[in-house]
Design a protein around this ligand. Sequence first.
Ligand code: ATP
Ligand code: MG
Length: 430
Amino acid sequence: MIQTIRGTRDILPEDMPLWRRVEELAREAFRRYGFREIRTPILEKTELFARGVGEATDIVHKEMYTFSDRGREDREGESLTLRPENTASVMRAYIQHRMYADKSPGELTKLYYIGPMFRRERPQAGRYRQFYQIGVEVMGASDDPAIEAEVIEMLDWYLRELKITDTTLLINSVGEPSMRAEYLELLRAAVKLKLPQLCGDCRERCETNPLRIFDCKNGACQPVIAALPVITDSLDEASREHFEKFKAHLDARGIAYTVNPRLVRGLDYYSRTAFEITGDDGLGAQNTLVGGGRYDGLSETLGGPPVKGFGFAFGLDRMVMLLPEAEAARLRAADAPDVYLVFLGDAARERSFLIARELRAAGISLLLEFEERKLKKAMTQAAKSGARYALIIGEDEVAQDKYGLKNLATGEQESLSLKEIIWLFTTKNT
Ligand code: ATP
Ligand code: MG
């Protein structure tokens, strides 16, 4: 039997209502806050991520699905990669389509995306090789910290609306990359003293990018990491001021947060504000739900004009896992058809086809199975479908042009004309 490959999975119909809810509510949040959707290709040039995300990150270093495309004639094919994240792609699109042109001062480009990402990681609960992200990017000339607070306010509304309440907002500032050299030397010196106690990855990071050591998930490294100098103590003055304003904007919105001076995020492009939202329950070790921050230098890194940027991405997989049980049950129930059609006899079967078409045309969702069943069997089948009503058509109903509509929750049954049934569903019931 052929099965899904490691780290990938099918999202089955039982779970799709939860996925759709997470997506549809995100679209609603984005609509309210003035974001527009963008879709970029899943395949991009490897160079985009190598430059955009950073060579020394775990993602680029060891997690990308990269292959050489077939070349034309005798030329070598180019190196392509299944996107491991989407900020670099959105920035590429922003530059490629000159979205920065013809903008008045302070005008922002606010974009969002939804789609699959690919990373060759060790699969476990909440961690897949094909997973799904929803994210936003705000780009423009302004780096006002109010932009950051508003984006977080939107997430706050979104999580509450999804009934996901046990979360923590963690924030930090990682300063200006151009001002980071001094701190990195300090950090590298501290790390060097503890090198034997660190894992192989961290020893390598010490040379390539010591900041990445803070991302290490290896338990043995944690005591060492806890004692390392933090970037927050070495912030440049402008970044410190920016961080203070950002916090004040959160305070003004009544949004609670915890400053975590060891929060650096796993991508190289971040500057100044970095944040995460963690799920306090239900995600186990993979408890990071949302990750984001400011990436002011990314455009230049990709050959674009100087542009400021701020955004986040969250994992749909993990968001779905965090939906409370009652909410999940409600969503699944709402996914069932409105009506299950029960017919008894050949004339009723023929009439069913017409009735079904009329009701569907009126916007009612209706399940019609073509197998003739005894009434009791058919009613069992109706209940199993989860439908709210059974519509019963027998010989008498055909003759009178009135049909039995049974509420499957209460057991009440009424005899109604087609017009009355449509009226019932389109006015009060939906
Ligand atoms: P983590 O620390 O869990 O590895 P990350 O720092 O690699 O996360 P980002 O690259 O910032 O995460 O992606 C943002 C969000 O995307 C994460 O918070 C998580 O919800 C989700 N995500 C990242 N990698 C995976 C994965 N392999 N499987 C499922 N979701 C993921
Ligand atoms: Mg990761």
